[in-house]
Write a protein that binds this ligand. Structure first.
Ligand code: SF4
Ligand code: SF4
Length: 73
């Protein structure tokens, strides 16, 4: 069954049902874009679409849109 995904950032969706609040994503993000407000994932709108949070989330809760070809890093 496909999880209910929330678009909490222009580039990222999050499935609250999959998330166990381990904070790996919060800690691994190189620009500190992610934080929790209570149980809710919040974006500080500075995502550089590196996709590290998606790769390292053990529960596949995050999906980051890949950078489009030709856009600056
Ligand atoms: S894709 Fe990279 S910059 Fe964006 S929230 Fe995830 S870890 Fe941070
Ligand atoms: S890494 Fe995944 S499971 Fe852990 S807090 Fe982030 S979204 Fe939730």
């Amino acid at each position: 069954m496909e999880a209910n995904r929330k678009r909490f950032d222009p580039h990222i969706t999050w499935a609250a049902d999959y998330c166990k609040h381990c904070f790996i994503c919060v800690n691994i993000c190189p620009v500190k874009n992610l934080k929790f407000e209570g149980d809710e994932m919040v974006s500080l709108n500075k995502c550089i679409q590196c996709q590290l949070c998606e790769k390292y989330c053990p529960d596949f809760a995050l999906e980051v849109e890949p950078k489009k070809a030709g856009t600056k890093p």
